[in-house]
Design a protein around this ligand. Structure first.
Ligand code: XIL
Length: 331
């Protein structure tokens, strides 16, 4: 019954992040991408360090390529991201430390130029990514926070909204599905922003999860977030078996091969996640589910954390895993 790929069966946008050079080089991957997804996020090329590698030099060509692909294939292009400590170029950090007054102006200029250039073409943005520490409710000591104070977040949203009033603006973070302190701090931040009439429309749950994160924990977090009325985007979904150290390199290789039982369990987990999203987040708030890479071959996990894992819905040979059918069943 459920054929024709994921998107044909979804009542909300269904997306994937992908490395654009991988996509461009591989027609088989493109076919799978086109048949399954109607939303696309660039895994790297829309980040600050790719766009403005050195001062005054913007490189838009890669983004124009992604935009072209999205438009030709009727896909929503989602912008990831505007402000993130991890993709802030070295030269920006160095300059900001020498001349602290410069950073706010740079931010305004960057966001205005970038969002303005893609006005009406990029549907939504992760305006600020990962402003909190990996665990708990403390703000992350990024260059933005230490130079501009907490207000950097409000400013970023304001500039983005001014540049494209129709774009849907998100705050995006990880572990908020499992860490109550972090979720509460995030929701408090958003509440404060809205009280000041700062334009923020949605919350992105990155949802890089692990098999042992209980579904009930995830359900509670989704419910709490959905109760705010915000749009909810599962923005970077993948599900791993082994543990890793959040943002540091290195993980613990507990599972060395993917057994049939593990495949089944992962399919169940994917299915439950989709069902929870559909049943807990009201329709009008469903911005969509985006997978972070959709093949194990291309997933960022192994390289980033130096482990071997099987996080996605397609295997190394671009064959759909039970996880794929789990998602399909859940839709
Ligand atoms: C990752 C990309 O997938 C990698 O290719 C890159 O080397 C590092 O960034 N949280 C995020 C994403 O918000 O931007 C990260 O993407 C994964 C974690």
């Amino acid at each position: 019954q459920k054929e024709n790929g994921l998107k044909a069966n979804a009542e909300f946008p269904i997306g994937t992040a992908i490395k654009i050079e991988t996509l461009n080089a591989d027609f088989e991957l493109q076919d799978l991408q086109k048949s399954n997804f109607n939303s696309i996020t660039s895994a790297s090329d829309m980040k600050m360090n790719r766009i403005i590698e050195s001062e005054g030099v913007y490189n838009w060509s890669r983004i124009d390529g992604i935009l072209n692909y999205a438009q030709n294939n009727n896909q929503r292009l989602f912008g990831h991201n505007l402000i993130w400590h991890s993709s802030t170029p070295k030269w920006v950090e160095e300059k900001a430390l020498k001349d602290t007054l410069w950073l706010a102006g740079f931010m305004k200029d960057y966001i205005t130029t970038y969002v303005g250039r893609y006005k009406g073409k990029v549907a939504g943005w992760d305006v600020v990514n990962e402003a909190f520490e990996s665990a708990g409710g403390a703000m992350r000591e990024t260059i933005w926070y230490s130079v501009m104070g907490k207000d950097y977040i409000a400013k970023a949203f304001t500039y983005a909204h001014e540049a494209d009033p129709n774009a849907v603006l998100f705050y995006n973070d990880f572990n908020i599905e499992r860490d109550t302190l972090k979720l509460n701090a995030t929701l408090k931040l958003i509440e404060d922003l809205r009280e000041k009439n700062i334009p923020i429309h949605g919350l992105g749950f990155q949802m890089h999860i692990r098999m042992d994160i209980p579904d009930e924990v995830i359900a509670n977090a989704l419910k709490k977030a959905a109760d705010t009325g915000l749009k909810i985007h599962l923005s970077e979904v993948d599900i791993i078996f082994n543990t890793h150290n959040d943002t540091q390199y290195g993980g613990e290789q507990i599972y060395t091969e993917l057994t049939d039982d593990m495949k089944k369990a992962q399919a169940e987990k994917y299915k439950n996640l989709v069902i929870m999203y559909r049943s807990i987040v009201p329709k009008a708030q469903q911005y969509g589910i985006t997978f972070w890479d959709f093949t194990d071959r291309d997933s960022w996990i192994d390289g980033f954390f130096s482990i071997t894992d099987w996080p996605t819905i397609y295997d190394d040979n671009l064959q759909p895993k039970p996880a794929y059918f789990g998602v399909l069943e859940g839709l």
